[in-house]
Design a protein around this ligand. Structure first.
Ligand code: ZN
Length: 298
């Protein structure tokens, strides 16, 4: 999420667990095991609500990915089966962000210390937020950044996030500042409960699809092995033509290409459609374009 301070990015992120399906018993057991190892189960409170972790950008690498003297689980494992929110992403240590890349692919993290070696689960939904530039206001009409022109201030700030990190982010959105006019608008027709219902239905479709292919229960599109993608996310002819031309124009990496297919598969699941259409690919590509432009500029 890219937007000025006060646009509501943190609020949006913290509400994400409210539209995610509750933890199933197997997930709840895994989450409670991680909490127990981390020493966070003292108050004995367990809920089926998905974890939400929001470490500060000053967090050490050990606090983020795990480690320290006792090789304890880090924030990415405490966010297992839930949401890891990194606010002000460019302010995190580059080394700490690089350490996220492997767990983002494999869903687990290996902690090695002199006397300890542990593998912890770390299947988290990463949500990150950033201001448009270091001063935060480059996109405000009439605002002049300290580094001029404003475009240069924005590019310099976005370049702090590495290309490989950006390549692993599937959806980018602009979150504009709220205006007084926005506050007068009628309330959204759907509340969290209705949206959660649509998410649950899309998850159920995915789970059934992958169970039929012999994968473990609860498998999501995000965790679909690349080898199966051609079978489960095959676009129609016009969707394929769009994808081919966009892959060239946007210079998608192989990883980027697969990630677009997975997002499009999820959009089709939300629509209740088995066939991946051009509209699903166009939307998935639109969420990516800005990242690839920024990565190429960096
Ligand atoms: Zn600026």
């Amino acid at each position: 999420m890219n937007g000025p301070p006060g646009a509501g990015k943190s609020m949006l992120a913290s509400r994400l667990p409210s539209i995610l399906p509750p933890l199933d018993p197997r997930e709840l057991l895994e989450v409670s095991m991680v909490l127990s190892v981390a020493g966070h189960l003292a108050d004995g409170e367990l809920t089926d609500r998905r974890p939400f972790r929001a470490p500060h950008h000053s967090a050490s690498m050990a606090a983020l990915v795990g480690g320290g003297l006792q090789a304890k689980p880090g924030e990415i494992s405490l966010a297992h089966h839930g949401v890891l929110f990194l606010d002000e992403l460019p302010e995190f240590q580059a080394q700490a962000l690089d350490a996220l890349r492997q767990p983002m692919e494999t869903g687990e993290v290996l902690i090695s210390r002199a006397n300890h070696r542990a593998v912890y689960p770390a299947k988290f939904q990463l949500v990150a937020a950033m201001n448009p530039c270091r001063c935060g206001k480059a996109t405000e009409p009439g605002y002049a950044c300290r580094t001029r022109p404003n475009e240069r201030c924005m590019a310099g700030y976005q370049a702090k996030i590495s290309g490989p990190m950006l390549d692993r982010i599937d959806i980018t959105i602009e979150v504009p500042a709220l205006t007084a006019a926005d506050l007068i608008l009628p309330a959204a027709p759907e509340g969290s409960a209705e949206v959660a219902g649509r998410v649950a239905a899309a998850r159920a479709r995915q789970s059934a699809r992958y169970a039929a292919l012999g994968l473990p229960g609860g498998t999501t599109n995000a965790r679909c092995p690349a080898a199966l993608l051609d079978d489960v996310a095959r676009p129609d002819a016009s969707g394929l033509a769009l994808l081919r031309s966009a892959a060239d124009a946007m210079r998608l990496t192989a990883r980027g290409y697969h990630r677009v297919l997975k997002v499009a598969r999820t959009l089709a699941d939300l629509d209740g459609e088995e066939q991946l259409g051009r509209i699903h690919l166009a939307e998935a590509l639109s969420y990516r374009s800005r990242i690839d432009q920024a990565a190429q500029a960096a």
